[in-house]
Ligand binder design. Sequence first.
Ligand SMILES: Nc1ncnc2c1ncn2[C@@H]1O[C@H](COP(=O)(O)OP(=O)(O)OP(=O)(O)O)[C@@H](O)[C@H]1O
Ligand SMILES: [Mg+2]
Length: 368
Amino acid sequence: MIPVENLDQRRYRLAYQGAAKKRTLCAVPLGALEKLEKTLVGKSAAMRELKENILKLCRHDTTVLIQGETGTGKELVANMLHALSPRSQKKFVAINCAAMPDQLLEALLFGYERGSFTGADRQTTGYLDNASGGTLFLDEISETSASLQAKLLRVLQERAFYRLGGHELIPADVRIISATNMDLRALASKGEFRHDLFYRLNVVKVATPPLRARKEDIPELALHFLQDVRENLNGEIPAEGFSDSAMAMLMNHVWPGNARELRNAIEHAAIFAQSALIEPGDFPRLNEDDKATMKTRGFSSEGSGASVEGLTAVDLREARRRFEEDYFLELYRKTGHNLKEVARRAGVDLATVYRKFGYLKKADPISE
Ligand SMILES: Nc1ncnc2c1ncn2[C@@H]1O[C@H](COP(=O)(O)OP(=O)(O)OP(=O)(O)O)[C@@H](O)[C@H]1O
Ligand SMILES: [Mg+2]
């Protein structure tokens, strides 16, 4: 780990450009290494190993299982495996197996024939068709039903599938990459996931390391995310880098949500920072128990704590302000400090959320 006190503050400026490593491996697509270095940030031993594995795997159609904690970059790795592969000119189709009911997932994946279920009024192609020639990414594979597992096994064994309600075996020209944050082998030995499918998916396993195991990557990642936030958020962001104490704070946090949590924290700080260097106070309280924060604010720890009775002591305008404060803070906690998700759940646009939080900041210990 890089001792923080030895780090020159200038290294945290945006001017810092992670110089692409020389091409040490031959027979990788031209520019692959540079692309990988730019996208998948980190020079720790664990990240180097991960990138070397990607370079080895990207040229082949091997089925890959990506295993790692939430927010460690599993989808990013799958994306790179596709982008650097001979299939890169065709589609990368990602599907989250936990995000929808089983039948809908099967219909989306395999497509269906007319009349195969109520509402199936015409033949429809599925993701397996759409991804033909490309890559199919099955995220959260552990969440698939027994029925879908059986169908996926056929795809992997026979490289073919049936549309729902169909009798024609259709060739599946896709490379399959799957991901999970569970121990799939353990699930298989407990009988909670098909053994035969596990072995078909796990031809090669790639592990994405947690951020706490590669803390030396935090400064580079933090700058990468800050740059990204500056490029993607509307409006002026004065922050260009991090103060030493802010960087020390980032290095000392455990990051249970890994790179995603770091990215969200930096987005928050970039919005709140008033000057060129982000300071510790610009971040959400990283190690706090959010419920405790809510309590110090006089809110109950569960949901909307401002009781109607208490609110009747103030006028409607003030009552509304207090309720909104509570509402947005609770959403902020529930979404893991993700402002975009707060906006989505509240049904308002992102600018409104920023305005609310900018306004909250003045009165709120969360940003002290
Ligand atoms: N090494 C990295 N370099 C740059 N960005 C990264 C890196 N790892 C993760 N990220 C970023 O962190 C966020 C989370 O990454 P990703 O969605 O790939 O994680 P995941 O492992 O699929 O998470 P989950 O299990 O929750 O689906 C994304 O914004 C991604 O771009
Ligand atoms: Mg993911």
